[in-house]
Ligand binder design. Structure first.
Ligand SMILES: [Zn+2]
Length: 138
C-alpha cells in the first residue's frame, strides 16, 4: 500500500512538472492566486483542494519558473471571481454553478474562470507596474 501511494505521488509530481514546463514555454511571466489552501480545504470545496495537490503544483511551478527564467509571482486572491476584469466593478458573489461572468456595468461577458484569471493578471501586472490591454484576450 505504501509503495502504491509512493507511486501515485511520483506520477503526480511528474505530471505537475510537465504542466509547469508547458506553462513556462507559453509565458515569460506567470501570476498565480495566492490561495489559502488550508482555508479552502476547510470550506465548501472540502478536501479535494488538498487531494488535488495544488500546493505542491504551485511549488513545482515556482521552481520551474526559477530554473527557466520565467517571472513568477503570487497575487492577492481576494474576490477574483467577484470583480469585472474589464472595468473593475464588483459584480458580487457567484454560485459555483454560475459559469459565466456578465458585468452589469460594462457588459463584459466571458467564462467565469477566464474572468477570474484576467483579474489575477491585472493584479499581477499592477504589482509589477505594467498595464494590460484587455483586447488581447480575444
Ligand atoms: Zn465591467
Amino acid at each position: 500500500m505504501a509503495k502504491l501511494h509512493e507511486r501515485i505521488a511520483n506520477t503526480r509530481k511528474d505530471f505537475h512538472w510537465k504542466v509547469a514546463h508547458q506553462l513556462c514555454e507559453q509565458a515569460k511571466t506567470i501570476f498565480v492566486e495566492d490561495l489559502n489552501l488550508v482555508g479552502l480545504s476547510r470550506g465548501m470545496l472540502g478536501k479535494h483542494c488538498l487531494d488535488a495537490g495544488w500546493g505542491q503544483f504551485f511549488q513545482i511551478l515556482e521552481q520551474c519558473c526559477f530554473k527557466r527564467g520565467v517571472y513568477f509571482q503570487k497575487v492577492d486572491s481576494k474576490k477574483t471571481s467577484q470583480i469585472c476584469p474589464n472595468c473593475g466593478t464588483e459584480t458580487g458573489k457567484k454560485d459555483l454553478s454560475e459559469r459565466v461572468h456578465v458585468c452589469g456595468n460594462c457588459g463584459y461577458t466571458t467564462d467565469r474562470d477566464v474572468a477570474a484569471a484576467q483579474v489575477v493578471l491585472n493584479r499581477g501586472c499592477a504589482a509589477v507596474g505594467q498595464t494590460v490591454k484587455m483586447r488581447g484576450f480575444g
